[in-house]
Design a protein around this ligand. Structure first.
Ligand SMILES: [Zn+2]
Length: 349
């Protein structure tokens, strides 16, 4: 089985080690922890493998993991860095989104969402999480049959498979925080869309903007939707049925806009403005539309997937630890990323 790198890891994640899984964090050249986590295990041939999850690329001369798994193209999952490694792995849509967002060429491997990909003797299957277009959970088994699932951010867990080791997020994972409990307010968005006069929805260019377009088309709106050029390019590439998309300054009778929240104030005064978000810190009315599960949704997901241990790895800050403690308090074994030790880079492979 895997050797214990430090006594701290041995104590905290003994259960993971019993399952043939070692979770570890690398430090960067400045001595700080790199974002997120790496998973070391053996493949069916008994060879040690290391998959790094949603983390930045190590410089070329340093030891490399067998794969940089990129769950989706949001910047806090670090695809901008990892996409430059031939060891990067993501879906074709995530690769396209990274290329459009960062104006760089993706040089890793890719597969279609729902397909399998072979990585160094490991069959890795992808599952949709409905967080953004192309967002994928990664699933594989190690030499002793432990089922490992890495979710990234999740909006809908219904397609995810049961697992033994769940590596997941807690963006809204603090059950004590009222802002971590919400439901999508589709009715308010529909009313805002169809009330008379021009209307603008503040939404991030990747993820929320495409969700906004999908929702509006679902409500039956068939007119043009006006967006900045890059948001338009992303939306065209990500959605099969985006309908007519137009430039911000294009002329026409349709005055429905989707722009970044911080660009709402650049639109004319007569445009009614809303932000699609579950955060309350915007100077415009909020319509609660989220790309995430809330605290109850996250707990339901963990119960449904029946893992023996849950590792909460994202986002930064205190939420992973809060969610992990909550899981332990209801009898579900869990650790959070702040409890995981590191290895020196020369021990990485
Ligand atoms: Zn995300």
């Amino acid at each position: 089985m895997l050797s214990v790198i430090s006594s701290e890891i041995g104590v905290i994640s003994k259960k993971l080690i019993d399952l043939g899984v070692l979770a570890l964090r690398q430090r960067n050249s400045r001595g700080n922890f790199k974002p997120h986590v790496s998973i070391r295990f053996r493949n069916n041939a008994g060879e040690l493998r290391t998959f790094s999850i949603d983390t930045t690329r190590s410089p070329g001369k340093q030891p490399q993991p067998d794969a940089y798994l990129i769950t989706h193209a949001h910047s806090d999952h670090h695809g901008k860095s990892a996409m430059l490694s031939p060891r990067a792995v993501c879906t074709d849509k995530t690769a396209t989104a990274l290329e459009i967002r960062h104006d760089r060429k993706y040089v890793g491997s890719m597969c279609r969402l729902g397909d399998e990909i072979e990585i160094e003797g490991v069959r890795v299957k992808t599952y949709p999480t409905a967080h953004t277009a192309g967002a994928a959970a990664f699933y594989w088994e190690n030499d002793v049959g432990t089922r490992i699932l890495v979710t990234g951010d999740v909006k809908n867990a219904s397609k995810l498979p049961p697992c033994d080791v769940l590596i997941t997020e807690a963006n809204y994972g603090d059950p004590e925080d009222p802002s971590c409990h919400f439901a999508d307010d589709l009715e308010s968005m529909k009313c805002a869309l169809f009330e008379s006069g021009p209307v603008a929805f503040g939404a991030y260019e990747f993820g929320k903007a495409q969700r906004a377009v999908e929702l509006m088309r679902g409500f039956g709106y068939e007119g043009a939707i006006r967006m900045e050029a890059r948001t338009r390019a992303l939306t065209r590439s990500m959605l099969e049925d985006a309908g007519e998309l137009a430039g911000i300054d294009s002329r026409g009778e349709d005055e429905v806009f989707v722009v970044a929240p911080w660009d709402l104030d650049k639109l004319p005064r007569n445009v009614k403005k809303y932000v699609l978000s579950c955060r309350a810190d915007y100077p415009y009315p909020i319509i609660k539309i989220s790309d995430h599960l809330d605290a109850c949704g996250l707990e339901d997901m963990v119960r449904k997937l029946t893992p023996e241990v849950t590792l909460v790895y994202h986002p930064g800050g205190h939420r992973p630890s809060k969610f992990s403690k909550h899981l332990n308090s209801i009898g579900i074994d869990s650790i959070s990323i702040d409890q995981i030790g590191n290895v020196l880079s020369n021990e990485f492979i």
